[in-house]
Design a protein around this ligand. Structure first.
Ligand code: FMN
Length: 357
């Protein structure tokens, strides 16, 4: 009898997860907006980048460790905020936090988490965590979520600014996907002071579509933690974000789930980095599937990357262990890629390591 070989890369986890997930949840996790052009382009654009290695450099002492916005991490790879992780696995966010903790990295917890921040903190007390926040029209709801984050030891807030309304995701429309009744969003429910849960659609109706830079600045000034913005896609907005007091920028198109036909993040990263001009750190996500993609992002000036769907694939396949393995596979690929590029640590990468940059 032969047993299935262990997954050796993220694409293996993608395939295994798609065998396990039914059409509804599979479409929710893997789908994008509209024709999914940006979803596909995100991954394809990293593939198109040509790296420029240097040789005969001493790479005998390699380290992937970095500091990102003051957080000491074992590698420049963070767990992106993704909603409702209990759809992938019963242990959901608790397992994800354990995976991040084991890998020595940071998890960004979604506003729409299917576990409370207190539960997540208790499951992985040694892990670093940030809270991703959608600002609600009723700021007292957002402030209550921030209070939960502070109490759970979160060290930054990530305000997602690319979703005044949810994108149109046709896979969900076709499958008729609805979040199973037993999966709720306890953080939001508690922030609303409700006992019964609410649907994702009801939540998005509460998100503030009137948010402006001035209103964001007001929020930043009153926030007890540093605030990053997630969803910046051009130099003009990167400059405005810096002018309005953000602590960091995440260049992101929400994994192709919001507006279709926008540029893949690999193509807009340099513009955003240049506009930020070293005033704040720039992180990036979208379609990063290989250690060599991480190197390309760092060479273009990102201080770290975030990984979304592959973490959900790992979680689906094998809970905390699967999610941790996804991070360890990426770490190993990153280590080898750094060495083969002729650097011994992530911060030694420069634009000279990317052709045409
Ligand atoms: C199923 C799913 C749920 C997501 N939920 C959120 C969320 O709650 N908040 C948020 O800011 N981004 C959310 N995102 C976007 C991710 O944070 C990230 O930007 C994107 O997944 C990165 O692309 P990748 O999946 O190709 O790595 C979600 C993405 C997916 C796939």
């Amino acid at each position: 009898m032969t047993t299935a070989p262990d997954p050796i890369n993220l694409a293996d986890y993608e395939r295994l997860a798609s065998e396990l997930l039914e059409a509804g949840p599979g479409g929710y996790y893997n789908g994008g907006a509209g024709d999914e052009n940006t979803l596909r382009a995100n991954a394809a654009a990293w593939d198109k980048i040509t790296l420029r290695p240097r040789v005969c450099v001493d790479v005998g002492d390699l380290s992937t460790a970095v500091t990102v916005l003051g957080e000491q991490l074992s590698m420049p790879i963070l767990v992106a905020p993704t909603a409702l992780q209990r759809i992938a696995h019963d242990d959901g966010e608790l397992a994800m936090a354990q995976a991040a903790q084991a890998a020595g990295t940071l998890m960004v917890c979604s506003t729409l988490a299917s576990a409370s921040l207190a539960e997540i903190a208790a499951a992985a007390p040694g892990a670093q965590r940030w809270l991703q926040l959608y600002l609600c029209r009723d700021r007292s709801v957002s402030n209550a979520l921030v209070d939960q984050a502070v109490a759970a030891g979160a060290t930054a807030i990530v305000v997602t600014v690319d979703a005044p309304y949810a994108g149109i995701r046709e896979r969900d429309l076709r499958s008729g996907f609805v979040v199973p009744e037993q999966i709720d969003m306890p953080g939001v429910t508690a922030a609303l002071g409700r006992s019964a849960g609410l649907t994702v659609e009801e939540f998005f109706a509460m998100v503030d579509p009137t948010l402006t830079w001035a209103k964001l600045e007001e929020f930043i000034e009153s926030a007890p933690l540093p605030v990053l913005v997630k969803g910046i896609q051009c130099g003009e907005d990167a400059r405005l974000a810096c002018d309005h007091g953000v602590a960091g920028i995440i260049a992101s198109n929400h994994g192709g789930r919001q507006l279709d036909n926008v540029a893949p993040t690999a193509e807009l990263l340099a513009e955003v980095v240049d506009a930020a001009g070293g005033r704040v750190e720039v992180l990036v996500d979208g379609g990063i599937r290989r250690g060599s993609d991480v190197c390309a992002a760092l060479a273009l000036g990102a201080s770290a990357v975030l990984i979304g769907r592959p973490m959900l694939w790992g979680l689906t396949v094998d809970g905390a262990q699967g999610a941790e393995r996804v991070l360890e596979l990426l770490r190993h690929e990153l280590e080898i890629s750094l060495a083969l590029l002729g650097v011994s640590s992530p911060r030694q990468l420069t634009r000279a390591h990317v052709a045409g940059a």
